[in-house]
Ligand binder design. Structure first.
Ligand SMILES: [Zn+2]
Length: 210
């Protein structure tokens, strides 16, 4: 089956938001030392690699990862490449796009060309105007290869709040390098993490045979 894996690899070298906890994996039992099994413990921020934010990330009463609406993360998606390298994406950046009923938009930028261990010093993000426009068209999920739906320096996180207001969900830090623009089925379910402000996802795309 043809499948595009659009997930970044999570390793101790994976770049994380400056100041956030890096991924670590430690051995707590080893076969080679006579244990019946290898056993590891992992530590990570839920925002490591390709992930979704839970509404709790920005809303005091917002849903934890475990309670995010699963059906938003599953179904018809359109992949669109943008040339804007940084700054807010606007509806005019997508004027040529026919969503044709796709309820999910995945935005492919230059950030997908960066290796997993490099933090982007510039990246495009979502304007509230774009989110409102997509909501009007019935879009339920917006995915980016950028590390945030907001400007890196934003203190108000307007795009995060706008997504929550519309009941839309997001994916951040996708890896879309080898994916041609077009229509797909997206599968990118969050883990059922109670109390967490987000979750890593394993994101894949299946080409649609239209
Ligand atoms: Zn995040």
């Amino acid at each position: 089956m043809m499948l595009y894996d659009i997930t970044r690899t999570i390793s101790p070298r994976t770049a994380v938001w400056p100041g956030d906890a890096p991924y670590s994996v430690t051995m707590v039992a080893r076969l080679e030392e006579g244990a019946p099994a290898n056993l590891t413990t992992i530590t990570l921020s839920p925002h490591t690699g390709s992930h979704t934010d839970a509404y709790f990330h920005v809303e005091p009463q917002g849903a934890y990862a475990a309670a995010m609406p699963l059906d938003a993360y599953l179904g018809r998606a359109k992949v669109v490449t943008v040339s804007r390298r940084d700054g807010a994406l606007l509806p005019s950046d997508f004027g040529h796009v026919q969503l044709n009923g796709a309820e999910r938009l995945l935005i492919h930028s230059h950030v997908s060309d960066l290796p997993d261990d490099v933090w982007p010093d510039e990246f495009p993000y979502l304007s509230v105007e774009l989110i409102d426009w997509l909501a009007d068209m019935g879009v339920r999920l917006v995915g980016l290869d950028s590390p945030s739906v907001d400007d890196f320096h934003s203190e108000t996180l307007d795009a995060h709040h706008a997504l929550a207001r519309h009941g839309m969900v997001s994916l951040e830090l996708l890896q879309l390098r080898d994916v041609p623009d077009g229509d797909y089925e997206l599968i990118a379910l969050p883990l059922k993490l109670d109390g967490a402000c987000g979750s890593p996802v394993r994101a894949v795309l299946r080409p649609l045979s239209l």
